[in-house]
Write a protein that binds this ligand. Structure first.
Ligand code: SAM
Length: 390
């Protein structure tokens, strides 16, 4: 386990006594509630409170847990959105197949390798290859070639194994997952989107099955990937109990990583907000409390402060770090195609170059008293503990 590190704003003297509820909650969070029968009640309380003192107790406890179990470093994964071609029609998504208004693109292998080299030179340590979903043979070959080329191009004295590669390219056949793992990818992010089968069914066309996604997550684990999942928060019709169910799903699947963020409507999606969704500031606050709840429940996993947080508040990702996240995925997709990968309206960082994003991010991370991990994969501590049999 890493040594606890003091963070500057921990030391701020409280100006007044916290509310009685906050004091009682602080005691509860210091107990072994994760193992008790009332775990669902505690999670519900974390997600439901709007009392500022209680929220601060939750935030501070989540941050302490992060520092104790994962250290104080923020792990960077350069995000390459290499294609917006998609065969699926997820109701919430701006690049779904049915959106004829989107101009489609696929980056060349050279483009992708150039982005990867840039990440390696910056010391990012890892990258994420994300795209719309395809399962044809040409796509499978292209991703495999990208993985091999990135590994070849990024081996160096600083990173002898080359950049760590996380894939986020959806549901695939087991042999495809195997092929990509053999080529050198070692993490896979596949969001369940909602662990409620009913809500999942409302978010997707009939042909997309909840059971298939769960089966994919299990296959990825069997193959040896570090497995990440996640959900959207503040979806139309989603309840606090659904979110509690999501957190227990993450626990039961024993995930290594989480990428969760607020749901943000897209004008050309078929799920813009009916039934009405909660206001943006509430979705942001709920998103932050979900990060804190996941950190408190699962402790040693990697959790991303996602771009969707920043879409709702300029400092959304920094807030995510303060609530227990330890991964950030800076944009490295070439600017010329970025607007074509608009999953939701108001996506940030569409015009900033990768260089500008890097500088901006250093400041943002330092502003919350954290530092970036350089030239390392920054794997999930949970994965290390599980494979060591702990
Ligand atoms: N197709 C792959 C998959 O499903 O894993 C990867 C790409 S997909 C576009 C990446 C993620 O974007 C999805 O898992 C989803 O949670 C998120 N996303 C799509 N539309 C969104 C929206 N309107 N608001 C918030 N997140 C959204």
């Amino acid at each position: 386990m890493n040594q606890p590190v003091q963070i500057a704003w921990h030391r701020r003297a409280p100006t007044r006594q916290p509310s009685a509820g906050a004091q009682e909650l602080a005691g509860l969070l210091e107990s072994d509630w994760q193992r008790g029968a009332a775990v669902g009640d505690v999670l519900r309380r974390i997600l439901s409170t709007n009392d500022p003192d209680e929220v601060e107790v939750i935030r501070a406890a989540a941050e302490r847990t992060l520092i104790d179990h994962c250290g104080d470093t923020v792990r960077l994964r350069g995000l390459i959105e290499f294609s917006n071609r998609c065969v699926l029609d997820c109701h919430y998504c701006g690049i779904r197949r049915g959106n004829r208004a989107v101009k489609r693109y696929t980056l060349t292998l050279d483009d992708v390798v150039a982005c990867a080299r840039w990440c390696a030179e910056k010391g990012y340590g890892s990258l994420v290859l994300q795209s719309g979903e395809r399962r044809d043979a040409a796509f499978v070959r292209r991703v495999e070639a990208m993985i091999r080329a990135i590994k070849d191009a990024t081996r160096s004295a600083a990173q002898p194994e080359g950049l760590g590669i996380t894939l986020c390219v959806g549901e695939q056949a087991p042999d495809t997952y195997e092929r990509w793992f053999s080529a050198g990818a070692h993490r896979y992010l596949l969001r369940i989107e909602s662990s409620s089968p009913e809500l999942f069914a409302r978010l997707h066309p009939e042909s997309q099955r909840y059971a298939t996604r769960v089966a994919c997550l299990k296959t990825l684990r069997q193959i040896g990937y570090q497995v990440g999942t996640g959900v959207m928060i503040g979806l139309p019709g989603q309840t606090v109990d659904d979110l509690v169910g999501d957190l227990l799903f993450f626990r039961d699947m024993d995930v290594d990583m989480l990428g969760m963020g607020p749901y943000i409507p897209h004008a050309q999606a078929v799920l813009p907000g009916a039934p009405p969704i909660m206001p943006a500031d509430e979705r942001l606050r709920l998103g932050l409390r979900m990060i804190a709840a996941a950190r408190l429940l699962l402790r040693d996993i990697n959790i991303a402060a996602t771009t969707a947080l920043q879409a709702l508040a300029d400092d959304g990702r920094e807030q995510g770090l303060r609530f227990g996240a330890n991964v950030i995925m800076p944009q490295v997709t070439p600017v010329r195609v970025r607007t074509m990968y608009t999953l939701y309206d108001g996506k940030p960082c569409l015009d900033d170059s990768a260089e500008q994003c890097a500088v901006c991010l250093e400041h943002r991370i330092a502003s919350v008293g954290r530092r970036t991990l350089k030239n390392q994969w920054g794997d999930s501590a949970r994965f290390g503990h599980r494979t060591a049999g702990e």
